[in-house]
Write a protein that binds this ligand. Structure first.
Ligand SMILES: Cc1ncc(COP(=O)(O)O)c(C=O)c1O
Length: 368
């Protein structure tokens, strides 16, 4: 079905910066710069500067950013790692693939870690905490860092959805032991395949991730220091990301403008709960614009019937996927969210007119 308002528009996104992207790709291909070349170093430097850290290490996905961060932070089989249940499964799989046990806690009304539950989840086996900054909004890093400091735990920020979000003026990925980013094509900063990065101020962590992403090899000496992974950010993707990152300030401002337009148009409509909160420690990046209603499925069908494409993140709690063998958890907010959320169209290419259409369809639905 052709939608009147698409969820994202990757073809239009390309057209907007086609000349710059084509030049960057040609530059790599013509020189044969495919693996570990200057384009990767340039992007890593630009990303580190943007996030506000000393090091950024390009890897091939957000998943590997998480997995290699956990390994570099010393997470080993038998350890426990606390994270939220309301996240993309990769956050949890990264813990499992270290041989560690995920300990799941609930989220609050802003979809991020309910920090009131954090301390009670800590045991002598806890090694790390993964706060997930969901939908472009950061977690309460004051409380998380305070509790982590008290219990000597590492903090791996899952910032895969939050490049551009800030907490007390600090960017996502600059506060914990590491920050983990995904450049999956539909992220606010996306490449044309898979990609990711780890950010950190710790030189030893940066070195460990740099070795782990390249099968454990130190390129200077040829020595293998770990049984590592093939998990490098390709040079061509890095060159594309380096172009896109230059536009990222403007794109983030556009997302904020779109979010504000949704806010104005939908405030007070039906039982809708909108993602706007009164706490000026946060500035959100709006990777996703997520609304909440008890009539989720009816509203989503109505939007589709009226030409508006939406997504749901996620239809059921992660522990209900029995094959993952995560046990059973009593996390009521996570359960409710899975029944109530819809993500509305949101991208740097979403137009004001498109938001007007979406708002009108939603208002019509609640008037009927
Ligand atoms: C919160 C979160 N964590 C981790 C990931 C994994 O990133 P990737 O798909 O690049 O492996 C994603 C990507 O969708 C995500 O949204």
């Amino acid at each position: 079905m052709g939608y009147r308002v698409r969820f994202v528009k990757p073809d239009e996104a390309y057209q907007c910066i086609k000349t710059e992207i084509d030049t960057a790709i040609d530059g790599c291909l013509e020189k044969g710069d495919l693996i570990l070349r200057q384009q990767l170093r340039d992007f890593e430097k630009r990303l580190a500067d943007y996030v506000g850290v000393k090091y950024a290490v390009g890897v091939n996905s957000g998943y590997h950013a998480l997995h290699l961060s956990l390994l570099a932070a010393g997470v080993r089989p038998g350890d426990e790692v606390i994270t939220v249940a309301h996240t993309f499964v990769a956050t949890i799989s990264a813990i499992v693939h270290c041989g560690a046990t995920p300990v799941l806690i609930d989220v609050g009304a802003d979809y991020n870690m309910n920090v009131d539950q954090l301390e009670a989840a800590i045991t002598p086996k806890t090694r790390a905490i993964i706060p997930v900054h969901l939908n472009g909004r950061m977690s309460d890093m004051d409380l998380i860092m305070e509790i982590a400091g008290k219990h000597r735990l590492k903090v791996i920020e899952d910032a895969c959805q939050s490049l551009g979000g800030t907490f007390r003026g600090k960017r996502a990925g600059s506060i914990g032991t590491t920050g983990c980013f995904s450049f999956y094509p539909f992220k606010a900063l996306g490449c044309y395949g898979d990609g990711g990065a780890v950010t950190t101020n710790d030189p030893e962590i940066a070195r460990a991730v740099t070795l782990l992403r390249f099968n454990g090899e130190d390129r200077e000496t040829g020595e293998y220091h770990y049984h590592g992974y093939t998990a490098l950010l390709d040079n061509v993707q890095a060159a594309i990301l380096d172009v896109k990152l230059r536009h990222f300030f403007a794109w983030t401002e556009h997302r904020r403008m779109i979010a504000e337009k949704y806010h104005k148009g939908l405030k007070g409509v039906g039982d809708l709960r909108l993602p706007h909160y009164t706490d000026d420690r946060y500035a959100d990046g709006f990777q996703n614009y997520v609304i909440r209603t008890k009539k989720r499925d009816e509203l989503r069908n109505y939007l589709a019937d009226n030409g508006v494409e939406t997504l749901v993140h996620w239809f059921k709690p992660v522990w209900e996927h029995k094959a993952l063998d995560l046990g059973v958890w009593n996390l009521p907010e996570t359960v409710s969210i899975c029944k109530e959320v819809i993500s509305l169209p949101m991208s740097a290419e979403t137009t004001s007119d498109e938001v007007d259409i979406v708002n009108e369809v939603i208002r019509d639905f609640f008037k009927r």
